[in-house]
Design a protein around this ligand. Sequence first.
Ligand code: TMP
Ligand code: ASP
Length: 253
Amino acid sequence: MRRKKIYEGKAKVLFEGPEPGTLVQYFKDDATAFNNQKQGLIAGKGVLNNRISEFLMQKLEEIGIPTHFVRRLNMREQLIREVEIIPLEIIVRNVAAGSISKRLGIEEGTILPRAIVEYCLKDDALGDPMVTEEHITAFGWASPQDLDEMLQLTLRINDFLNGLFLGIGLKLVDFKLEFGRLWEDDQMRIVLADEISPDSCRLWDVATNEKMDKDRFRRDLGKVEEAYQEVARRLGVLPEAGPVDMKPPKVMQ
Ligand code: TMP
Ligand code: ASP
């Protein structure tokens, strides 16, 4: 199938959708870390993240969280609503790991006194710097109302996903969300966008604390593919045929 490419990121490509206001989100196997300094492939990752993100967004829709997700189209693609992405990465932390441990000297694995929300500006050239609400509202990346709405949604998502993952023996250590503005006849709604997957979450096995997410790639821990497959298996979305491949669509010039 021929499709017009709208945008290509590090792990996904967006193509023009079949109807106005829709896009096709294609999941690649490419993996990057540390703002693109480390690059690699995780075989079958795109297939699994497509399923995992589909599953989680559907569950979130069921509890009333609006998302950009419409339906999965095939192994690597899903139909989404076109939104205006708010240029922020919203990070929620339940357990200290990664950059908060480094920055503040908190030992990895320390349970945080409460869920901590951090905002980073989505800007690869600047290395996604952390910003405060002051910066966000002063520079107009989001209004105070938008921020309040995103924070409320984020905390609901965190509570829900904590329980969902705990039910399959995984600790939701931290994760990153992105939101977008969806316009419907002059009315604007903020909806969850992007993806939720082991690329954007830290997930540790409850019994062994084994890392089951992209940290296996970032830190060269091995068994990267296996970790993504295990998360998919526990969620009940591992494709029976395994991550069977499909060719990317031909791009129209
Ligand atoms: P951090 O500890 O590196 O700040 O990451 C916190 C969480 O956010 C972790 O689950 C990974 C996720 N994340 C992304 O999805 N994209 C990013 O660019 C970064 C830096 C983190
Ligand atoms: N995805 C980001 C990058 O490419 C960071 C990360 O997930 O570690 O650099």
